[in-house]
Design a protein around this ligand. Structure first.
Ligand code: GLV
Length: 327
C-alpha cells in the first residue's frame, strides 16, 4: 500500500481525498514542526511526503530520503526545498499556487491600510489607557488614494494586490519583474520600471516575489535609503527578502514611513522585536493564506498532486518541471 506522511495536521479535505484513493496516511500529531532527524525517521517508511514551508528539505534530507516518489508542498513558495537536488534525484515537487492569491493579497492590502493609519498600534494603545480625549492633531496617518503602488514581483498575488489598490484607491501601478506582465499593462496601465525607479517612485512598495538568490536580502539599507521618507513597505512573501535590522534602522531614522509584514526573519518573530512596538508598523504571523476556504483548497491541491502522480497522470502543479520521474 502506498504510504503518505503528512508533516502536520493539514485541513482534512486533502487527507480524506488521499484516504479515499486508498493511500495510508500518517499525520504528525505534534503541535510543532518536526526536526530534520525526526522527519527523516518518519519519512523512511513512507512513499510520498505532504509537507509545508516550515519543513526544511535540504540536500542532506533529500539524499537520506531519496526513495520518495513525490513531495507535495502545502504552500506556493518552495524555498524550504532544495529543488535542484530534488530534480537531480528524480523527485517531483508539487505546490499549491493560484488558490491563495486572493487571501494573500487581502493581507497585503489590509496591512497597507493598517500601517497608513497606525491601526494596530492605536488599538493596543487603548488597552494601555492612552485614549484620554479627542485630539485634533494626534494619531495622524497618511492617505493612500491616488498614490503610487510599486509591486516587486507582479505575478498572481501581486496582480490581486494591484487590482485592489487600483479599484479601491485609484492608485497608479508600477512594477519590477524578471519579465514584463502584459496583462497588468493592459488591464490597469501598469508601468514596468527598473528597481531604482521602483524604490524612488513608490508610495507603497509591496513585495510579492519568491525568495531566491537574487531576492535574498534585496531590501537592505541601500534600498531603503532610495525610498521616499513617506513610503510604506509591505512584505507578505518571505521574511528573508528584507533585511530586518536595516528595516528597523530605516524606520527609526525616518528613512521610510512605515512597514507592514506578514513574514519575518526568523519566523516566529521574537516577541521583544522592536518592530512590534513601533507606531507605523503592523506585523502578522504569516497568515497570508489563512482563511478556511483557501486552506481547504490548498489541502485539496496538495492531495491532487499526489493522487495524479500515482494514477500515472501529469502532476497538476509540478514545480521542478525539468525532473525526469523514475518508475
Ligand atoms: C505561503 O507563504 C506560501 O508560500 O504559500
Amino acid at each position: 500500500m502506498t504510504k503518505v506522511f503528512a508533516t502536520m495536521k493539514f485541513p482534512e479535505k486533502g487527507i480524506n481525498m488521499l484516504q479515499e484513493e486508498g493511500f495510508e496516511v500518517t499525520v504528525n500529531e505534534k503541535d510543532k514542526p518536526l526536526t530534520r532527524d525526526e522527519l527523516i525517521e518518519n519519512v523512511m517508511s513512507h512513499n510520498a511526503l505532504f509537507c509545508t514551508l516550515s519543513d526544511k528539505l535540504d540536500k542532506y534530507f533529500l539524499n537520506r530520503c531519496s526513495h520518495l516518489d513525490i513531495i507535495s508542498q502545502f504552500a506556493v513558495g518552495v524555498d524550504n526545498i532544495d529543488l535542484e537536488e530534488a530534480t537531480r534525484l528524480g523527485i517531483p515537487v508539487g505546490n499549491t499556487p493560484d488558490v491563495l492569491s486572493d487571501a494573500t493579497a487581502d493581507v497585503a492590502f489590509g496591512l497597507m491600510i493598517n500601517v497608513s493609519r497606525k491601526m494596530f498600534y492605536l488599538h493596543k494603545s487603548i488597552g494601555r489607557g492612552n485614549w484620554k480625549h479627542f485630539k485634533p492633531d494626534a494619531n495622524l496617518g497618511i492617505e493612500i488614494k491616488n498614490r503610487t503602488l510599486g509591486v516587486f514581483g507582479l505575478g498572481r498575488i501581486g496582480m490581486e494586490m494591484a487590482r485592489r489598490c487600483r479599484g479601491a484607491y485609484n492608485m497608479k501601478i508600477i512594477y519590477h519583474n524578471r519579465s514584463r506582465n502584459k496583462m497588468a499593462e493592459n488591464e490597469f496601465g501598469a508601468n514596468y520600471v527598473g528597481f531604482e525607479e521602483l524604490l524612488g517612485q513608490s508610495d507603497v512598495l509591496s513585495v510579492h516575489t519568491n525568495l531566491s538568490a537574487e531576492t535574498d536580502g534585496i531590501f537592505n539599507k541601500d534600498a531603503f535609503s532610495r525610498m521616499k521618507p513617506t513610503a510604506i513597505f509591505i512584505n507578505t512573501a518571505r521574511g528573508r527578502i528584507h533585511n530586518e535590522n536595516d528595516l528597523i534602522q530605516a524606520l527609526n531614522n525616518g528613512i521610510i514611513w512605515g512597514a507592514g509584514l506578514d513574514v519575518t526573519n526568523p519566523e516566529p518573530m521574537d516577541p521583544s522585536n522592536p518592530l512590534l512596538s513601533m507606531e507605523n508598523v503592523a506585523v502578522l504571523p504569516h497568515i497570508g493564506s489563512a482563511t478556511r476556504e483557501t486552506r481547504n483548497k490548498m489541502s485539496e491541491l496538495a492531495a491532487k498532486n499526489i493522487i495524479e502522480y500515482y494514477r500515472g497522470n501529469k502532476i497538476p502543479n509540478l514545480v521542478n518541471t525539468g525532473v525526469s520521474i523514475q518508475d
